[in-house]
Design a protein around this ligand. Structure first.
Ligand code: 5GP
Ligand code: 5GP
Length: 226
């Protein structure tokens, strides 16, 4: 009897460990890129990084763990603060592909630290700090959004394009349907601000989005220059 109950306890402990170890505490990622021209072309304006004006290309905003019901976890592990020494091998690629345009000018570490603390700590079960940033950089290389738009004749030249033509161009270029987020320029025009693509919970493979964020763009969307 005694040995029976102790093996039962062992079994429970083993089961609990299995659940904890393989638990995916999120379902997929949004990989979000921003158009720098639209970040800057607002009432709030922007500041170039201390390292200079970024390239006229989409840049990374973040890699955000999400649930299929549309909600998301955040700030999951205060015991795993951002440590810039863990990504020293990535820093030149980070500066090129993940610049911070917020004011005052910065070298990016504050932005990257915010993204790690808020989002990255929620996917630590699959990606440690180094691999979280490396995965995002890899996804950026895999997805040439600007080229996909240009191929469809959609250029960052201050002209207006339909939401459907933008979505169609990204789908044609990448194979997947994006979510398009708009913001508003100083004259009140809706403009192309961020493009969300979905990624499986390993952080490597693009997938069709299980759920899209809510929000609306105008029917005609400006694509400002940068
Ligand atoms: P906003 O409210 O400006 O859309 O978003 C503010 C911040 O909330 C984003 O930069 C991001 O950190 C977080 N956020 C907004 N929407 C989502 C979402 O659908 N999924 C996740 N994971 N984070 C989001
Ligand atoms: P979120 O919580 O929206 O993911 O992160 C946005 C935070 O990062 C804000 O506090 C914002 O000021 C800061 N930030 C710094 N640089 C940038 C940037 O280039 N783009 C955006 N969207 N936010 C930035």
């Amino acid at each position: 009897m005694k040995s029976n109950s102790s093996s039962l306890i062992k079994l429970f402990i083993l089961q609990w460990l299995a659940v904890v170890c393989v638990a995916q505490n999120f379902d997929f990622f949004y990989f979000v890129q921003q158009w720098p021209g639209s970040y800057c072309d607002t009432k709030q304006s922007c500041c170039y990084p201390t390292t200079g004006k970024p390239a006229a290309d989409f840049s990374i905003h973040g890699l955000w763990p999400n649930y299929k019901d549309g909600s998301y976890p955040s700030n999951c592990d205060p015991d795993s603060p951002f440590d810039q020494s863990k990504i020293s091998d990535l820093s030149s690629s980070m500066r090129r592909n993940w610049p911070s345009l917020a004011c005052p000018s910065s070298n990016g570490f504050t932005f990257w630290g915010h993204e790690w603390d808020k989002h990255g700590t929620c996917s630590e079960s699959v990606l440690d700090q180094h691999d979280y940033f490396a995965s995002a950089l890899g996804l950026k290389t895999q997805l040439n959004l600007l080229q996909a738009l240009k191929t469809a004749g959609i250029q960052p030249n201050g002209q207006f394009y339909s939401l459907n033509s933008i979505k169609g161009a990204i789908k044609a270029g990448t194979g997947y349907t994006p979510y398009i987020e708009c913001n508003v320029d100083v004259s009140g025009n809706s403009q192309l601000y961020q493009i969300y693509m979905c990624v499986d919970n390993s952080g490597t493979n693009l997938i069709e989005c299980p759920v899209f964020p809510r929000g609306r763009c105008g029917s005609s969307i400006e694509f400002p220059s940068f």
